[in-house]
Design a protein around this ligand. Structure first.
Ligand code: DAK
Length: 257
């Protein structure tokens, strides 16, 4: 079925997914989320793709979940929609995802960006978890991921006041990797995605898994997990190729095996 709310584009090993409901600042309704997930999962399976970018437009990455879709919902409606299952599927993607953020990145939009692995922001990006202003609270991991990223006290202030914060603030708090002029935020994300795509795809996926494990477990278990994955990589052709290429002073050619 053709996409309605997601535009996709592939540049070599980099897949770009653009949220596309500009009239409502890319508010994340269920059809958009379903399309996003279908496309992300397809790219995750596609051996020609090594890194993904999720982006919006200059005015908005996404201004949150679609408030109009939720406004009249009952608790049973929310339960039956089972939205969390959708977010869980994004969490399970194994290839790296970069969020290229400009404009509003609010509520579920900010949570979507935090589901990604690296955040590149334009100077005009505005982040926030404003759910408190409409009588609710973050529901797609915001209270947990923001707290783990920026610390308890900053997260409390941002979630309890719902105020927006700038890209510079987000960078200072460690939520954003780089802030660049608005003309360059997507190019910067593509450049970084290309850099990642040159590495061994299997080592990249396994390293992502190991880093994410740090958010789920204690240090000893995490170190144990890391060690096993590290040993596992010695069963790959890419490990042999990477180390051989270093010794032979040439560029490695990784196959993801
Ligand atoms: N939902 C629906 N429509 C939205 C929207 C949103 N989140 N944000 C903006 N729009 C629409 C506006 O209604 C307006 O539509 P029309 O009136 O033209 O039809 C259009 O986009 C342009 O917006 P504005 O006219 O308001 O533009 P401004 O520049 O004046 O203001 C703004 C921009 C971003 C400050 C403002 O639009 C705003 O405050 N938007 C709402 C931001 C917000 O509260 N975001 C949080 C939503 S709650 C869950 C997982 C996640 C979530 C929930 C459940 N589960 C797993 C169960 C997440 C919840 C949320 O994100």
């Amino acid at each position: 079925m053709p996409n309605q709310f997601i535009m996709t584009q592939q540049e070599g090993p980099v897949a770009i997914l653009r949220l596309n409901r500009p009239d409502v600042l890319n508010a994340l309704n269920i059809p958009l989320m379903d399309e996003l997930i279908t496309n992300v999962e397809a790219y995750d399976q596609d051996p020609g793709v090594r890194c993904m970018i999720i982006t919006g437009n200059e005015r908005a990455f996404a201004a949150g979940a679609d408030i109009k879709e939720m406004a009249e919902a009952s608790v049973v409606d929310m339960y039956e929609r089972n939205n969390l299952a959708r977010w869980e599927r994004i969490k399970r993607v194994r290839k790296p995802i970069i969020a290229a953020v400009s404009g509003f990145c609010l509520g579920g939009g900010c949570e979507l960006a935090m589901h990604c692995d690296i955040l590149i922001a334009s100077e005009t990006a505005r982040f926030g978890q404003p759910e408190i202003n409409i009588g609710v609270m973050p529901g797609a991991g915001g209270t947990q991921r923001l707290s783990k990223t920026v610390g308890k006290y900053r997260a409390m202030e941002l979630i309890l006041t719902g105020r927006m914060f700038t890209a510079a603030e987000a960078h200072a708090m460690g939520l954003v990797n780089r802030v660049v002029p608005v003309e360059r935020y997507l190019d910067e994300a593509i450049a970084m995605a290309r850099e990642i795509a040159e590495r061994s795809p299997i080592a990249v996926r396994v390293a992502k898994e190991a880093v994410l494990r740090a958010f789920e477990t204690g240090l000893s278990d995490g170190l144990d997990y890391e060690r096993k994955l590290f040993y596992m990589l010695f069963a790959t052709e890419d490990q042999k190729e990477g180390m051989k290429a270093f010794v032979e002073k040439r560029k490695a050619e990784y196959k993801g095996r």
